[in-house]
Write a new protein. Structure first.
Length: 414
C-alpha cells in the first residue's frame, strides 16, 4: 500500500492519494477537488526532437515518426513515458491544445519526464504539414517518396495492428533504451499501451496510465458482447467480396465529432471556440481520417478481419493476434491508473447503469482482478477529448501524484 509523502502540502492531492490507498475501484472527483490538484514536481524546461525509424513488415518498408521530449532536469531518472494517440489525430495531439496551451506530453516533460509520442504509420505527413483537402488525404507510409494510389491501397490492406506495434516499439527502443516506462494510450491507442511490453527488449513497462483508454481490444470486445452492442463499422457498406470496400478511408467531420461521438466539451472549457473552430485551427497538422483496417482492428471485428486476410494472403494471426487475452504474467506485475471523463459517451455514459457495465468500468474491474491493482478516476465535466480542454494539465498531475506517492510501488525496485 502506498503512503502519502510528508512533503505534500496540497490538500486536494492528499485527499486524492488517500483514496488511491482505499479499496474503492471507482473514484469520483468533484470539480473543486480536480481543480485543486497542483503540480507534484518543480517545473523545468524541455527540448523536443523529431525522431524516425524505417522497418519492414508485410512485404513493405514503413516509416515511423515521433517526437521525443527531453526535460532539462529529470524528476525520476530512469523512468520515461510513452503516449500513444487515438484515431484521427497524430503525435501533435499531445503537444498542444487547439488554442496552443501545453498538451499532455508537454506538461509531463515540464514536470521532468522524458516522453515519447509516436504517430501511427501513415498519419504523419511528409514535411509535417497536411496540404491536401481533408477528403482527399491518404496515408504517408514513406516520408521520402510519393506512392501511387495502387500501392497505397495495397498498404491499406496490410497496415495491420502488428505494423503499428512494430513501428512504435522500434521507436521506443531507439529513443528510450533501458528505461522503465509508464505507458498511456488514448482511445484507439489504449490497447497498444497494454500490448507494448510484448514487443520490447531493453525497456520495461512498469505501469499503465489511462485517459479515455479502455483496455485490450479483446476486453473491449467482451464488453460489447456483454452489452449486446453490434459491431457497427463506420466504413461505407459495400457488396461482399468487393476488395475496394476494404480500403475506404473514413474522414472525420464536425458533425461526427459533436453528434455521433459526443466529443465536444462545455463552452467554458474550450477557449478556442466550438468544434468548427477546432477543425479549422488544426487543419494542417491533424490527419482527420482513420484508415479502415485501423477501425476494424479496434472493433475486434473478426469476420471483417478475415476478409483482409483473404485479400492479402498474410497469416490470419497478423490480423487477429491483438484480440487475444493479455499476457497474465505482465498483468500480475503492474498496476493501472485509469481516468475517464464523466461525459465520455463511449467510455463512460454508454452501457448499463452500474459502473462496471460501462466500457472503462468493465475494463477497470478486469485490471483489478488480473493485475497488482487498479483504480478508475472519473473526472467531472470532461468528454473523451478532455485532454484538449481547459485544465487539461490536471490529468497529467493525477498520474504524477500517483507515481510520486508510491501507487506503482517502490520505483527503485521495479
Amino acid at each position: 500500500m502506498s503512503t502519502v509523502p510528508q512533503t505534500i502540502a496540497n490538500s486536494a492531492a492528499k485527499r486524492y492519494i488517500a483514496r488511491l490507498n482505499e479499496n474503492e475501484l471507482f473514484i469520483h472527483l468533484d470539480w473543486g477537488s480536480f481543480l485543486g490538484i497542483d503540480a507534484p514536481y518543480p517545473n523545468t524546461g524541455f527540448q523536443r526532437k523529431e525522431v524516425t525509424a524505417r522497418f519492414r513488415r508485410n512485404g513493405y518498408d514503413w516509416d515511423m515518426h515521433g517526437t521525443l521530449y527531453t526535460p532539462d532536469a529529470e524528476a525520476l531518472p530512469g523512468y520515461s513515458m510513452v503516449l500513444i494517440h487515438g484515431g484521427g489525430v497524430n503525435e501533435l495531439d499531445f503537444f498542444s491544445t487547439p488554442d496552443k496551451r501545453p498538451g499532455l506530453a508537454a506538461v509531463l516533460a515540464s514536470q521532468g519526464f522524458q516522453v515519447l509520442t509516436p504517430s501511427y504509420p501513415g498519419l504523419w505527413p511528409a514535411g509535417g504539414k497536411w496540404t491536401a483537402p481533408v477528403t482527399q488525404r491518404k496515408p504517408f507510409y514513406l516520408l521520402d517518396r510519393q506512392l501511387d494510389d495502387a500501392q497505397i491501397d495495397d498498404r491499406l490492406l496490410k497496415a495491420t495492428y502488428q505494423v503499428y506495434m512494430h513501428g512504435i516499439s522500434l521507436l521506443v527502443e531507439q529513443c528510450l533504451a533501458g528505461q522503465k516506462l509508464f505507458a498511456h494510450g488514448h482511445s484507439t491507442g489504449g490497447p497498444m499501451a497494454v500490448d507494448l511490453h510484448e514487443y520490447l527488449t531493453t525497456t520495461k513497462v512498469v505501469g499503465i496510465l489511462g485517459w479515455g483508454s479502455g483496455g485490450p481490444d479483446g476486453w473491449i470486445l467482451q464488453w460489447r458482447q456483454a452489452n449486446e452492442m453490434p459491431l457497427a463499422s463506420i466504413e461505407p457498406s459495400r457488396s461482399p467480396g468487393n476488395p475496394s470496400a476494404l480500403t475506404d478511408i473514413s474522414y472525420r467531420t464536425v458533425k461526427g465529432y459533436r453528434d455521433s461521438a459526443g466529443y465536444e466539451d462545455l463552452p467554458e472549457l474550450t477557449p478556442w471556440g466550438r468544434m468548427e473552430q477546432r477543425f479549422e485551427l488544426v487543419r494542417d497538422t491533424t490527419p482527420m481520417f482513420n484508415p479502415p483496417l485501423q477501425n476494424v482492428s479496434h472493433l475486434g471485428d473478426i469476420e471483417r478481419l478475415k476478409k483482409y486476410q483473404l485479400a492479402t494472403g498474410l497469416p490470419l494471426e497478423e490480423y487477429v493476434a491483438h484480440v487475444k487475452e493479455p499476457d497474465p504474467a505482465f498483468l500480475r506485475r503492474i498496476k493501472a491508473l485509469l481516468l475517464v471523463g464523466e461525459n465520455d459517451k463511449s467510455h463512460w455514459t454508454a452501457g448499463g447503469k452500474l459502473p462496471e457495465q460501462r466500457q472503462d468500468g468493465f475494463v477497470a474491474k478486469l485490471y483489478a482482478e488480473k493485475s497488482k491493482g487498479a483504480h478508475l478516476v472519473v473526472v467531472p465535466k470532461f468528454t473523451h477529448m478532455g485532454h484538449w480542454a481547459l485544465h487539461n494539465e490536471k490529468i497529467a498531475y493525477l498520474w504524477l501524484w500517483a507515481i510520486r506517492s508510491g501507487y506503482f510501488g517502490d520505483l527503485g525496485s521495479l
